[in-house]
Design a protein. Structure first.
Length: 496
């Protein structure tokens, strides 16, 4: 099904996100024949681009970052739909100018006025931009024949109070069904497949509970350091940047109850219940179950790497965490007593995102009765990046006359199995917004409930500014404190 004819207006249209992700994603949707029959993409920013210069900017982004090479014929039809408006959001005359140009573009291309506004701008500009849209009457009423939708990038706030303030401001202009809070992790093919694995295969779902699962590990590891994002990272840190959205969203997909339908709100209701069921981590609980750390100098392949506080734009005395490990419990009937271990960090050995569900060991009888040669537990591993795949670790007899058992993996690699590359996350998410499908987007109550759970941890860390901040060498697997967290339960982190 194709979306209706529309205009995608990108505030921050000349920024890095647009260059690396949005424009390549839109080009791939066009190649796949999934964009509307008639559409326009209008970038808005401070750069003095002509339409032609913007098309060159877009072509450079597609050449560098698209999963496809450029097909010249298709590029020409796509490029003809790209436009740029040089404007500063805070300029008093900006929006009348923007409005006049949008009207001209839509009239010339026969677009009825349907618009999607993408806020690819820093969070501080969310509220001012939305208020300008309201003041300039850019937002169609929810009951109008034409529609207006808003895409908001994370992070939405830096704690519960600020998230509520942003949501209040946006809600004064757009209805909740018009707002799409985007988390690109939810658009990844393997993440989308979690619910299919659970609810389309009869042998998986009965195992997802406290009777069979020993523990769950969710890891999002980044090989790179803070890079050029120091200004943002100094105000955020790993807990806000990764845990509040990405990791908690992955946790909800693993742990949620079966929804009675795939309607967006039904799915999001079940995800919300998981966040509401998280055991609070306040005061001493934060000290016991939350580890933070910061990468220091290290060496990888003989190359010295700087510590976080030596990176450009980072305060020499910064206490911002670049690594977080958590032991989390979901206090509901299905998961009572099952620990979920979450970890994320920068400057780790490799880039990897995976979810591992480790089942309880078989009883110490029959093939598992030798205390010196215990069988490895079964593990279902869902790899999100860099390679999209899932594997199931099982025990198998080695061919021969003696009974010798070894662990083996049954693996599905998406590229090999389906003989094609997976769409990028933004392709699926942009298409869903155009179609009005909010299933993969965060609802207001979900965002605020996750901040409600995260904020006490942040407050505890603020209270304990005098507490030592653990360090780990750049290129290592994290601090020893994270190892102690999981090893105190008799378990170990899976290797990075």
């Amino acid at each position: 099904m194709k979306p209706p004819n529309l205009t995608l207006v990108i505030f921050g249209g000349a920024g890095d996100l647009t260059h690396r992700k949005l424009l390549p994603a839109l080009y791939n949707l066009h190649v796949d024949g999934l964009l509307p029959d008639t559409f326009a993409v209008v970038g808005i920013g401070r750069r003095e681009f002509t339409d032609e210069a913007y098309r060159d900017f877009a072509k450079d982004g597609v050449q560098q970052f698209s999963r496809r090479t450029i097909d010249q014929a298709r590029w020409q039809t796509f490029a003809a739909a790209l436009f740029f408006i040089n404007a500063s959001i805070d300029a008093p005359d900006a929006f009348p100018t923007i409005g006049a140009r949008l009207d001209t573009i839509e009239h010339e291309r026969g677009i009825p006025g349907n618009r999607v506004y993408y806020l690819a701008v820093p969070p501080a500009w969310f509220v001012p931009t939305v208020r300008q849209l309201q003041h300039a009457r850019f937002v169609a009423p929810t009951d109008a024949k034409m529609f207006a939708r808003l895409i908001v990038e994370k992070p939405i706030g830096r704690d519960l109070a600020s998230a509520m303030a942003i949501n209040d401001a946006i809600a004064s202009v757009f209805g909740e069904r018009q707002i799409f809070r985007i988390d690109h992790y939810l658009g990844k093919e393997t993440v989308q497949n979690i619910l299919v694995l659970r609810f389309a295969n009869s042998f998986f779902e009965p195992l997802f509970n406290q009777k069979y699962v020993d523990h769950v590990q969710i890891t999002v590891a980044e090989e790179e350091g803070v890079g050029t994002r120091a200004a943002y990272y100094e105000a955020a840190g790993a807990l806000r940047d990764m845990v509040q959205n990405h990791l908690l969203q992955l946790l909800t997909l693993v742990a949620m109850e079966p929804p009675y339908s795939l309607d967006a709100d039904v799915v999001r209701d079940e995800k919300l219940e998981i966040i509401q069921s998280l055991r609070p981590m306040e005061g001493d609980a934060s000290d016991a179950y939350a580890v933070r750390a910061q990468y220091g100098p290290g060496t990888v392949d003989g190359k010295p790497l700087p510590g976080y506080t030596s990176e450009a734009g980072v305060a020499p005395n910064s206490r911002i965490e670049t690594f977080v490990a958590l032991q989390v419990f979901i206090d509901n009937w299905r998961w009572a007593g099952v620990p979920f271990f979450l970890r994320t960090g920068k400057r780790l050995p490799r880039r990897a995102s995976e979810i591992s569900i480790q089942l309880k060991p078989v009883p110490p009888i029959l093939f598992n009765k030798n205390p010196d040669k215990r069988l490895d537990p079964n593990v279902l591993t869902i790899r999100i990046q860099p390679d999209e795949s899932f594997s199931l670790g099982i025990s198998s007899k080695v061919p021969g006359t003696r009974v010798e058992i070894r662990p083996v993996e049954m693996e599905l690699d998406y590229c090999r199995a389906f003989a094609s590359s997976s769409p990028e996350a933004y392709e699926r998410l942009l298409l869903d917004v155009m179609l009005g499908d909010a299933t993969l987007f965060m609802r207001r109550d979900g965002v605020e409930t996750s901040w409600k759970w995260i904020t006490p941890i942040l407050n505890r860390w603020t209270e304990r500014q005098d507490a030592p901040l653990p360090a780990y060498p750049a290129g290592s697997a994290g601090p020893v404190e994270a190892d102690r967290l999981i090893e105190s339960t008799g378990r170990r982190w899976r290797s990075l």
